[in-house]
Design a protein around this ligand. Structure first.
Ligand code: SF4
Ligand code: SF4
Length: 610
């Protein structure tokens, strides 16, 4: 199975090289029903977006408006629009409003020229504001899809962006050209017999069934095609329900490091053990890194540790409703985790004010983000938690100041609960030992995985980001596991890498964010392995990540894929992005030597531009 993004990119690159003597870094694709945006770096898909449900801004929308005006969409529309002197301003509203606006301008006597030109601009603004949405637009822009036959739209793009827009030849079938090239490549390499059923659809025995999937609140309108007994499905917004699980013939050569880490992190968690009181830990933020530390500390003091459940939709929704000021998703979800612990009626809830992290690079700060630092105060001041604020334990922790400083602070907090000094010191010692042992095991497993990858010559994907994104399956839709399970990808989460041995001062002299330094260190390690690549897992509204991201290509020397999560439960868009990225890295075409070069043509002809 090939995704549309890879097909469009492959077709565009083929036409660019064989006919236009160029190489696109940006693809605008507007078809009859949907539209896509693809950003490329050295032939690798590094970002991608599709329009959402609304049809405004697509070819069918334009065709309907042209019909209402009695204008042929073929050439007449563009000829009229291009001779307009004062295009009407239709903005970029949804289809129904746009229809009314066109009618209003028409009644006021707007000319057909100005109406058509206004519609052309509205397509462009709609696309830029609802599909591209601030993503980087490059310098070699291909405009393809059926709508690109309309010169007025291409011209409106060129004017709005003040950039050259290239409409490649065969613009209406570029995706099909790409799909054909990919199929040809596989056929030649595998010497398989074609399964193509021919062009005569009437001779194909197929059955179509339409239904609504009710497995979640999306209620997707599904189409089930049965062709010679084989079923395929269209219309789903997730990858879990109807897609085949194993989509690639290849198997990973390294162990499942995400699973290993999950098992190690929670290995000592025993929620049913007896204790003198219960301490609740929200299963969020730094608990995804420090659970061995806190679990050991509290257990040594005789408490029963209780975690909130894994992040899920219900919990995110509850957190979103409670939180004020619309913070990032992890902070919203955090509120839901605290609420769950309150409902579980634990005696105490541990929400530390974690200010900074331990680091071997003492000359630079190692802060946690302000949201992470201030979370206990945010929670205590929330109306919903006002009645339990006395139950919240929130010592201020500066891990970079070392064990004695941490012991001192914990002493203050827990002596007030009646703990004696000796026990607290012993618990701190044990906590440090447990945390170090956890990290040591990760490092050893990472070393082995890198060795196996090097020996096998296989591609590996390093997941970079914050632990509460990479390892919280509910937060990032379990994408890491899906890469491994669906595509046989060798996945290495970044804290399996020797991050503390990498100096990043040549990339950023003053990276004062703890995770920022680690993320850049991971990118520098990737630069040393030709076949390692990066997927960056992050959230909308994450200020530090939007800054840190800029250093990744410089540190790794490679384009990378960013997946930004927003708490919506459908992974189909993320999966498509991953497929396109993995494919352009050669990670999915196991029958090739592993790169796009295998199907890149060499011939070059002339350039067509608008
Ligand atoms: S998102 Fe998936 S599970 Fe939900 S309704 Fe659509 S196909 Fe069904
Ligand atoms: S670093 Fe980003 S994701 Fe994490 S708490 Fe801060 S803003 Fe939120």
């Amino acid at each position: 199975i090939k995704d549309e993004i890879t097909a469009h990119k492959t077709g565009a690159e083929f036409l660019a090289r064989t006919m236009l003597n160029t190489e696109p870094d940006t693809i605008f694709e507007i078809g009859g029903q949907d539209s896509k945006f693809i950003s490329l770096q050295n032939g690798v898909v590094v970002d991608f977006a599709m329009n959402e449900a609304c049809a405004a801004g697509t070819g069918s929308f334009l065709e309907e408006r042209a019909e209402e005006l009695g204008i042929s969409i073929k050439e007449e529309f563009a000829n009229l629009a291009l001779s307009s002197r004062s295009p009407v301003k239709l903005g970029e509203r949804c289809t129904v409003f746009m229809q009314q606006d066109v009618a209003t301008f028409q009644q006021r006597g707007a000319s057909r020229e100005d109406l058509t030109a206004g519609l052309a601009y509205s397509i462009v603004y709609n696309y830029l504001n609802r599909v591209v949405r601030g993503r980087k637009i490059g310098e070699v822009i291909f405009f393809q899809g059926g709508t690109a036959y309309n010169n007025a739209i291409a011209s409106a793009f060129a004017r709005v962006l003040d950039k050259e827009i290239i409409v490649p030849p065969y613009n209406g079938v570029v995706g099909a050209v790409g799909a054909a090239l990919l199929a040809k490549e596989k056929m030649l390499a595998t010497r398989n017999v074609t399964k193509f059923r021919g062009f005569s659809l009437e001779k194909v025995n197929y059955h179509l069934r339409e239904f609504t999937c009710k497995a979640c609140s999306n209620f997707c309108h599904m189409q089930e095609f049965t062709v010679d007994g084989e079923k395929t499905y269209w219309g789903d917004q997730c990858s879990d329900k109807f897609r085949r699980k194993q989509q690639s013939e290849q198997k990973p050569v390294i162990p499942d490091l995400l699973k290993l880490r999950r098992e190690l992190l929670f290995a000592e968690y025993e929620p049913d053990v007896q204790g003198k009181a219960t301490i609740g830990l929200p299963r969020a933020l730094y608990v995804y890194e420090q659970f061995p530390f806190w679990n050991t500390f509290f257990r040594h003091l005789g408490y029963r540790v209780v975690l909130s459940e894994e992040t899920n939709h219900r919990l995110i929704r509850s957190g979103t409703e409670i939180s004020v000021a619309e913070p990032c998703l992890p902070i919203q979800a955090y509120h839901g985790h605290v609420k769950e612990l309150v409902d579980k009626q634990v005696n105490w809830i541990f929400i530390p004010n974690t200010i900074n992290a331990e680091t071997p690079f003492k000359e630079v700060n190692s802060y946690y983000c302000p949201w992470g630092q201030t979370i206990p105060f945010v929670i205590k001041n929330s109306e919903v938690f006002a009645s339990i604020s006395e139950k919240i334990l929130s010592p201020s922790l500066r891990f970079r100041d070392g064990k004695n400083a941490i012991a001192h602070v914990l002493m203050k907090t827990f002596r007030s609960l009646g703990e004696n000094k000796k026990n607290i010191l012993r618990a701190v010692d044990a906590a440090y030992l447990a945390q170090n042992a956890f990290q040591h095991t990760l490092q050893k497993a990472g070393e082995r995985a890198l060795r196996m990858l090097r020996e096998s010559g296989k591609i590996g994907i390093v997941l970079v980001g914050r632990p509460y994104n990479i390892y919280d399956r509910g937060m990032t839709l379990d994408i890491g596991n899906k890469l491994r399970d669906y595509y046989g990808i060798n996945v290495i989460p970044m804290d399996f890498l020797p991050l503390d041995s990498v100096d990043i001062s040549d990339v950023n002299m003053n990276m004062y964010w703890n995770y920022g330094r680690k993320i850049i260190a991971a990118a520098k390690i990737v630069s040393q392995f030709e076949r390692l690549h990066i997927i960056y897992l992050t959230n909308f509204k994450c200020g530090p990540d939007s800054y840190i991201k800029h250093y990744i290509t410089r540190a790794s020397g490679k384009p990378f894929l960013t997946l930004q999560f927003d708490g919506h439960g459908n992974d189909a868009g993320y999966i498509t992005r991953c497929e396109a990225y993995l494919d352009s890295k050669g990670a999915l075409r196991v029958w090739t030597s592993g790169s796009d070069e295998a199907i890149r043509p060499k011939k070059i002809k002339s350039v067509v531009t608008v």
